[in-house]
Design a binder for this molecule. Sequence first.
Ligand code: 4NP
Length: 157
Amino acid sequence: MRILMVCLGNICRSPMAEGILRKKAMELNLPVTVDSAGTGSYHVGENPDPRAIKTAKQFGIDISGLSARQISENDFTEFDLIYAMDEENLRDISTRVSDVKQLKKVKLFLVASGERSVKNVPDPWYGSMQDFVEVFKLLNQACDRIILSIKAELSGN
Ligand code: 4NP
């Protein structure tokens, strides 16, 4: 199972989501690969935002070595699931697909995870460290549910 996390810059939300889901998959020994990308190209080649790195580190996850990239055509064949962090990302990703099969892979992350209180992962870019911590916790809870559904799917349930 190959999963791609997508936000705007690929330096705040999606690299944290990538690190979180990868760790959970490893802990459960599941054959899941996780990557992330941005819809925009402004930060291509950059490491995650220092606040995202610091927040993830506080929760035992090292994302300091990740490097931002922009989503590409290949991703729609390389990945089984493409999770958009917010509805704007979902729209941007959807305009890039070339067929219905690819479109079916694209989902709004929180809604797909079963989160009921909020649809969009807030963009913490203009926020404080506290905003990053809150986003991390939201991502972490959603990834807990997503990894369980993947585990069930992989075991045929
Ligand atoms: P991300 O956050 O989409 O979660 O990586 C952002 C990072 C940079 C910008 C916007 C959002 N920016 O406008 O440069």
